[in-house]
Design a protein around this ligand. Sequence first.
Ligand SMILES: Nc1ncnc2c1ncn2[C@@H]1O[C@H](COP(=O)(O)OP(=O)(O)OP(=O)(O)O)[C@@H](O)[C@H]1O
Length: 572
Amino acid sequence: MSVRNVISRGMTLARSVFQTCFGKPAVRVAAKVRGEGFRVGPPVHTVQPRTFLPSHYRHYRTSLSGLAAQLHSGSFRRMFGSPRNRAVFLAFGLGVGLIEQQLEDDRRSTAACQEIQALFSKKTFQNPLKHFTSGYKLEDYVIGKQIGKGCNAAVYEAAASFAVPRESRTSSLVRMKLGSDDRQEDDRELRNCSVTDYPLAVKMMWNIGPGSSSDSILSAMSHELVPAGPLALKERNGAAVVDGYFGDVPRRVSAHPNVITLYRAFTAEVPLLPGAKEEYPDVLPTRLNPAGLGRNHTLFLVMKNYPCTLGQFLEDSLPCARTGSLMVLQLLEGVDHLCRHGIAHRDLKSDNILLEFDSGGNPRLVITDFGCCLAERDCELKLPFNSRWVNRGGNSALMAPEIATAIAGPSVVIDYSKADAWAVGAISYEIFGQPNPFYGRNGLDSSRYQEWQLPPLPHYMLTDTQVVVKLLLRRNPKKRPSARVAANMLHLSLWGAQSLADRDIGSTKEMADWLLCRSAVALLTDRYPNGSTVEMELQKSFLSNVTLEELRTSIAFLLFGREKHMFQSGFA
Ligand SMILES: Nc1ncnc2c1ncn2[C@@H]1O[C@H](COP(=O)(O)OP(=O)(O)OP(=O)(O)O)[C@@H](O)[C@H]1O
């Protein structure tokens, strides 16, 4: 064999070692080494490019050290004198060196990513009423008119001398920009004035449960307290106290820009509020309506007063492609935050999403109404479904397939970890001006639909957002991205990581570099040049949660969706 051939073989070996590091089947390395006359152990694992993770590098390093040890062994030393084997060995060394380099890059990038996460996690979202110590009784509030009503509560606008959050003033004063109808404009202006004069909303739960004591109120309604801020409840020795009762409150979620924060929660005697006798006479106590079924005391929740719900907003507004994507992204960020706290909302719908505008006029979305959520302390998003009487959640039309098709049995457990993300996929249709495909008499049934039956999304939507929505609505939760991964996909798509997402796989270093750029932007600015604080909040949320592995998975999902153009034909 000519020297030229030997060197070329050695380089081929080096290349194949190198390629192995980037996901080519490792079995080829083993074959190559065998071809050179060395005895090698069983081939190392075959790894597909898109699932190549830092742990695999560690695995390769171990395997390659094994190979290197064999090369030093007696059989190798006998052959070591030949130029051919020297070349092969040098080439092999080069390959191992490249792997080491890759590992080092990996370590540095992971460390950079962890630092970014730690930095942005510290910048937590603040509760504007934190420093006030009053507001735990109904008399502290001036109650205005009714602003909403559901199956379990009536909501009133409210004001309190101690609470005039500056933030709500700025956001509420922004006039809604969309819509041309004069009457609607007037209505909206009226609502905005009301939000300014009454910056708070008081939700009065209807208590038709077994008792009027704080004890029974809490045990029946404790899920409403999941978004309670740090001072919402009086606390004693670390336990929540409502009117002296130490309640067993389920998990609580920390403050997040896309999740409602309860400023205060307390029990009080049910008052006769405006419209009560006309709107909800049956749930009033006999003291106020002799035919009423309600109890004398109930739970009151105080939160920020929002100008409208997502449903109300969409009645006469159609967000543009980018704004719509930002709205979907906010919902995903909110859902991801809940998942991280082990909470599944289970009743996501456009009426349970409140909306306000930031100082740049961009919609900010907030998930509210936790009455149906799964937040038990011992359950990490898993619900033992051993009887058909176990409550699977609120809105049956928007129940993810894995929940809707679950059949009760002795060891059946329902996993809610991707259920809310699925509901966000369905709500996205509404955000982009389409009817929700799972609503109405002719709507799809979430337990039975096929993915190809999903109606096409409007063409004006960004391609990547269409991909995300279709992936969120995959029936099989294993093939569906989590809320975090789906949110990352939109971040990649919206904030100029085109080069990263366009490549087959961005290297770990490229990903870390991109994250560092995003961090620098987020640290230097409070709002975007277009005045959007919403975009800045999204960036901070992303940076405080991002991991390189999830980012890599997001890129893989994005490429998968784009490649197949499945947004046109379903993902079956
Ligand atoms: N903070 C708020 N600011 C403005 N409006 C609100 C606020 N909270 C609730 N609302 C309005 O009140 C309505 C009912 O509130 P909510 O959904 O919390 O009640 P519910 O009885 O628990 O509802 P459900 O029937 O979904 O169980 C909402 O759809 C919304 O229109």
